[in-house]
Design a protein around this ligand. Structure first.
Ligand code: TXA
Ligand code: MG
Length: 329
């Protein structure tokens, strides 16, 4: 397949929107990570997204909207709490899981009776949805299992030749995927942490918010099915060094680097400054891809404090990348 790679001019956004409406697959920038979109109501198009990514079809997609009217075409009940979160955070990096309308194909939601909905903060993404005139189902625009794409080059690397169009744009501002929050019960449950954290959400709703850590037994169905697959995996083996003393962690990493290099191994290091949580979110996936391209054998990373909501969200990705390979320092 020949992939059209288009810069996000007004005209190109209209072209890409028409392609979506016609059942084609279009990758596009968002403020979190790039997405791979299809018309959420078009079963065949959605099935092709799973194929292009090599993604298991029980992993539901997030449906992207440009307006609250579009939300009404996906769910019949917009609760008071949903309205509060929409007012506070949309457009922006938070996805709300709510009960879906029957008309929305169950392939889009991985067979679930619920749908995750998000109004992206990136205006190219919103203009594209408006041009398509339909809600756009879009997982991250990477091959399944690989680090999420935060630069146009990442998307081209993974999906050129596999999708109809790639709309390019700037690097993603946030760098990690949206917060996913289940709004179907009385108590909202965070299924995937993101840059919009528990404290911030809890303050807006003025009630308790729970974090589901995805710690479920193998034979249970996790609430966010995406949680059960190996994720964000670099090609190299990866270890996280975790501890309260930043300096001690750093010197442990440098010591291990030296030792491995003396054995002839190529070693990559991921270190973010203490309290540089936003920057860590912004750079983490790109750094993994950079180290893959360098062909390192081993990645040594310094863990972040999980007491900070953003630190917690980045650690959630880091732990998965490392296959939960952690050394306490
Ligand atoms: O920031 C983002 O959310 C990006 C951009 C493109 O918007 N999208 C993204 O999509 O990260 P994806 O498919 O890579 O991750 C979607 C996550 C998965 O963990 C999935 O299981 C969960 O959201 N999810 C989606 N719909 C759900 C639902 N109805 N119930 C529970 N979890 C859901
Ligand atoms: Mg993903």
């Amino acid at each position: 397949m020949i992939t059209k790679i288009l810069e996000p001019t007004k005209e190109n956004i209209l072209t890409a929107g028409r392609m979506l409406k016609d059942g084609k697959l279009v990758a596009f920038p968002t403020e979190t990570v790039y997405g791979l979109g299809a018309d959420a109501f078009n079963e065949d198009a959605v099935k092709r997204v799973y194929l292009a990514k090599g993604r298991p079809s029980d992993n539901p997609m997030i449906v992207h909207i440009d307006s609250v009217e579009m939300l009404n075409s996906l769910t019949v009940e917009v609760t008071a709490d949903m309205k509060k979160l929409a007012d506070a955070f949309w457009p922006g990096p938070i996805t709300m899981v709510c009960n879906k309308v029957d008309r929305l194909p169950s392939v889009t939601t991985g067979g679930l009776g619920t749908v995750g909905v998000r109004m992206p903060g990136n205006s190219i993404a919103r203009d594209l949805i408006t041009a398509a005139g339909v809600p756009v189902a879009a997982p991250s625009a990477n091959i399944s299992g690989r680090p999420s794409p935060t630069k146009k080059e990442h998307v081209i690397h993974d999906l050129d030749g596999k999708v109809d169009c790639i709309l390019t744009g700037d690097d993603s501002r946030v760098g990690i995927e949206s917060t996913v929050i289940d709004m179907t019960g009385d108590i909202p449950v965070i299924l995937r942490p993101g840059i919009i954290g528990r404290t911030e959400i809890s303050n807006i709703l003025n009630k308790e918010v729970i974090i589901d850590r995805g710690l479920v037994a193998d034979d249970e169905i996790p609430k966010a099915p995406g949680m059960k697959y190996r994720h964000y995996a670099p090609k190299a083996d990866m270890v996280i060094y975790r501890g309260d003393d930043h300096l001690k962690v750093n010197s442990r990493i440098m010591e291990e680097k030296k030792r491995l290099e003396s054995e002839g191994k190529r070693v990559g290091v991921i270190l973010f400054g203490e309290d540089e949580y936003k920057r860590a979110a912004h750079d983490f996936f790109a750094r993994l891809r950079e180290l893959d391209a360098e062909g390192v054998d081993m990645i040594l990373a310094a863990g972040l404090s999980e007491e900070d909501d953003t630190g917690f969200a980045v650690m959630n990705r880091m732990l998965k990348s490392a296959g939960f390979n952690v050394e306490e320092v």
